[in-house]
Design a protein around this ligand. Structure first.
Ligand SMILES: Nc1nc2c(c(=O)[nH]1)N[C@H]1C(S)=C(S)[C@@H](COP(=O)(O)OP(=O)(O)OC[C@H]3O[C@@H](n4cnc5c(N)ncnc54)[C@H](O)[C@@H]3O)O[C@H]1N2
Ligand code: MOO
Length: 384
């Protein structure tokens, strides 16, 4: 490890990462991606005066003072505008139909009384005016926004079948350690089953990252070196877990230095996750400290924002309040695992130590507790 960096100093290094580029994909495949070109209105929204209720449409000033209103006919959604409405009469109109130019009011069926509008209606009611949501040519969604279901709806409504989006970062995972055997193996009493790889794969899958390589390296530098070469050749971001601290078998830094030179940093004033190392690449490499809660916390705090940046979107953590204000550590930032409490506030869910991932079951993210002095609000980094 080198001089320990503060979180802000570490962030300054990962801030050097730049978006990988853009591509055009089918609209359905754009879900979860970042928009690279704005979506603009091809016509006004709504494109015509839209009836908002099933009922009748008429010109309020022409209605006879008493008696039932005569219906001129039925005007449904999808019908072109009808001819002129005879004065004093009304169309039966359906939700989504064009309100004819010579009508100014819609009254729902349930507000009719003896065949005429109950007195309480207001002229102009239940009409969604053309262009009242957006003018033709207006930008509806700016580049840089995440594409969710609403953005898909907007894109479809302006006639897009494809979207220009930022490329996804291709991720490789290499976990390490002779003691960590596959989940389907029966471990010896001195062994454990691997959990870091499956956890990282789950996090990445949740956020839609393509995983192009996933393997486990033994504590053998020659074999591990070959695996590193294969991983580095296939990915935009390599995640290694374990083998990055001070142990006699922690040779990950040396192997990476042979290939990529000195790391941008190795060691951050944070708990858990102090031995985190980063090479800016390409490919960018994060060597995550092997303890499972360290992997969880460093991936969430450092890798997720870096993946967002490579994919064209800056992540800014929301500020949150905690159910109980945590006592800060004297010198290190605390990456504190939290869960959502029954009243919606965040509850601390700290592990016993950074090997204790059982205690953090049910957590939903980490809050960053700055060192030294107590705070009221905290940056929140949710899990994907
Ligand atoms: N002399 C020092 N020793 C340690 C320091 C230090 O500063 N000086 N830092 C400690 C901290 S903090 C951490 S975190 C760990 C990180 O060490 P490594 O990145 O080298 O990780 P490993 O030693 O390989 O493993 C640590 C721990 O995690 C378990 N592990 C590893 N891989 C997996 C996996 N795929 N699934 C589940 N569990 C895994 C491993 O068995 C170890 O128990 O170093 C401290 N030591
Ligand atoms: O800080 Mo290490 O990441 O706790 O065990």
């Amino acid at each position: 490890m080198d001089r320990l960096l503060t979180l802000a100093e570490a962030d300054a290094h990962t801030a050097s990462l730049r978006p990988l580029g853009t591509e055009t994909v089918a609209l359905a495949a754009a879900l979860g991606r970042t928009l690279a070109a704005p979506i603009s209105a091809d016509r006004p929204f709504p494109p015509y005066r839209r009836a908002m209720m099933d009922g009748i449409a008429f010109a309020a000033d022409t209605l006879p003072a008493t008696g039932p209103v005569l219906f001129a006919g039925l005007h449904a959604a999808g019908d072109p505008p009808p001819g002129a409405l005879p004065p004093g009469q009304a169309w039966e109109i359906m939700t989504g139909a064009v309100v004819p130019d010579d009508c100014d009011t819609v009254v729902p069926y349930e507000d009719l009384d003896s065949g005429r509008p109950a007195a309480s209606f207001k002229k102009g009611q239940f009409i969604h005016d053309a262009g009242s949501d957006a003018d033709a040519g207006a930008m509806l969604v700016a580049a840089g926004n995440s594409i969710g279901p609403v953005e898909i709806a907007i894109a479809a409504s302006v006639g897009l079948t494809e979207a220009e989006v930022f490329r996804r970062a291709k991720v490789a995972i290499l976990s390490t350690g002779d003691e960590a055997v596959p989940p389907d193996a029966t471990p010896q009493p001195w062994e454990i089953r691997r959990s870091n790889g499956p956890m990282l794969e789950a996090m990445l899958t949740r956020r839609g990252s393509p995983i192009v390589f996933h393997d486990h390296a033994p504590d053998d530098p020659a074999i591990c070196g070959r695996q590193l070469d294969e991983a580095l050749a296939s990915c935009d971001v390599l995640l290694i877990c374990g083998g990055i601290s001070k142990g006699k078998k922690d040779f990950i830094r040396g192997l990476l230095e042979e290939r990529l030179g000195k790391p941008a940093f190795h060691g951050v004033e944070q708990r858990p996750g102090k031995p985190l190392a980063f090479w800016s690449g390409p490919p960018a490499v994060f060597a995550l400290p092997g303890n499972p809660v360290s992997v969880l916390a460093t991936f969430t705090r450092h890798v997720l924002p870096a993946l967002s940046r490579l994919e064209g979107r800056e992540f800014s953590p929301p500020r949150v309040r905690m159910n109980e204000v945590p006592t800060p550590l004297p010198k290190f930032s605390w990456l504190l695992t939290v869960a959502t409490g029954p009243d919606g506030t965040l509850l601390a869910r700290p592990p016993g130590n950074s090997g204790d991932f059982i205690s953090v079951a049910g957590s939903c993210g980490i809050v960053e507790v700055p060192p030294g002095r107590p705070a009221d609000t905290f940056d929140f980094h949710p899990f994907p």
